[in-house]
Write a protein that binds this ligand. Structure first.
Ligand code: SF4
Ligand code: SF4
Length: 144
């Protein structure tokens, strides 16, 4: 009777013994991520207007926006890939793409700085004003 209790386990053990493993040989083989995987947040910093809506919508407080400095900072180790910042951004300059953050022994942040706009280039010095030309002397009035 007891032999019938072990039959299902024996069947599973034999099946696993001769089948391919379900796991991948990470880190020796790079992982293959599905297209819609929520891996990490990326920013198109040129389009950011430093409105700060992403930082306000971030549940764990992983984002910092400095309007004066034009910077956008993310703590990859605090981000939970919820996508709230992506939905909140009015300029659509945030996205979540496949690929996990590289593991590290310490928490660190990544800062992106908005490049200056071409039309905000420093003003060119104006050419020096030409010296005023002396007015021609008025012609003497003709006697009648
Ligand atoms: S994905 Fe979520 S947790 Fe990560 S930075 Fe955006 S709002 Fe914050
Ligand atoms: S919501 Fe978008 S535009 Fe606003 S600060 Fe964040 S990334 Fe920049």
């Amino acid at each position: 009777m007891d032999q019938w209790k072990f039959t299902p386990f024996l069947h599973t053990a034999l099946k696993n013994l001769f089948s391919r493993p379900d796991t991948v040989a990470y880190p020796f083989k790079p992982a293959v991520y599905p297209d819609r995987m929520r891996g990490h947040v990326v920013i198109q910093i040129e389009d950011c207007i430093s409105c700060g809506l992403c930082a306000r919508s971030c549940p764990p407080g992983a984002l910092r926006v400095d309007r004066a400095a034009g910077t956008w900072t993310i703590s990859r180790f605090d981000c939970v890939q919820c996508g709230s910042c992506v939905n909140a951004c009015p300029k659509k300059c945030l996205a979540i793409v496949p690929g996990y953050t590289t593991p590290d022994g310490e928490k660190h942040t990544e800062t992106f700085t908005r490049p200056p706009k071409p039309d905000a280039a420093p003003a060119q010095p104006k050419p020096a004003a030409a010296p005023a030309q002396p007015k021609p002397a008025a012609a003497p009035e003709q006697a009648q």
